[in-house]
Design a protein around this ligand. Sequence first.
Ligand SMILES: Cc1cc2nc3c(=O)[nH]c(=O)nc-3n(C[C@H](O)[C@H](O)[C@H](O)COP(=O)(O)O)c2cc1C
Length: 204
Amino acid sequence: MHALIVVAHPDPASLTHAVAAQVAAGVALSGGGHSSEIADLAAEGFDPRFGIDDVAVHLRTASPPADVLAEQARIDRADALALVYPVYWWSMPALLKGWIDRVFTNGWAYDESTESGLVKRLRRLPVHLVAIGGANLRTYARHGYFGAMKTQIDHGIFDYCGARVVTSELLLESPDRIAPSRLDAAQAIGRGLFTAPPQRAVAA
Ligand SMILES: Cc1cc2nc3c(=O)[nH]c(=O)nc-3n(C[C@H](O)[C@H](O)[C@H](O)COP(=O)(O)O)c2cc1C
């Protein structure tokens, strides 16, 4: 089995990249010959801007551009999708949101028409979400931020396309920034990607 681990952070030295590397390490350590690849959207220069060509794709009057087709192909090749990203303004970074806006197209991620209604096309794809936040758990709890993220991202995006969100984790930055427990948690997520029963979403 093969996992596509998408990371959206401009700094290779960030905690976000360290977490993504540990998810990949966990997949390799899980046995069974499972593999993974990291899609580093910032390093690859993915353009997150939803342009006029993307509008035409959404309206089904044009085929997706080459960069979108390439992203869809690598998701099609994967048995599981993991997204690893920093929390920016209580949501995902614009780079990752733009990746979803452009890649999860009408016609590929779902089919929507007045005749047939909504057809969810990503039912085969297990999804693992790992958000890394700088604020503390009390702040998240007081305002219900993580619940809001899960409504918008887990349900609003992935449930809409039929993809099952198996893992939905929020890892909070510790004062020393490289807390082993966060990296251990990331590796455990990787180990469980193809071996563990579905985990319940947790708040921290
Ligand atoms: C533009 C921006 C917005 C941010 N917004 C939030 C936020 O809403 N909530 C939060 O917990 N952390 C927020 N942070 C902190 C990041 O989530 C922090 O960078 C995260 O802990 C990941 O660490 P890393 O950048 O070393 O990967 C923000 C950081 C930036 C740069």
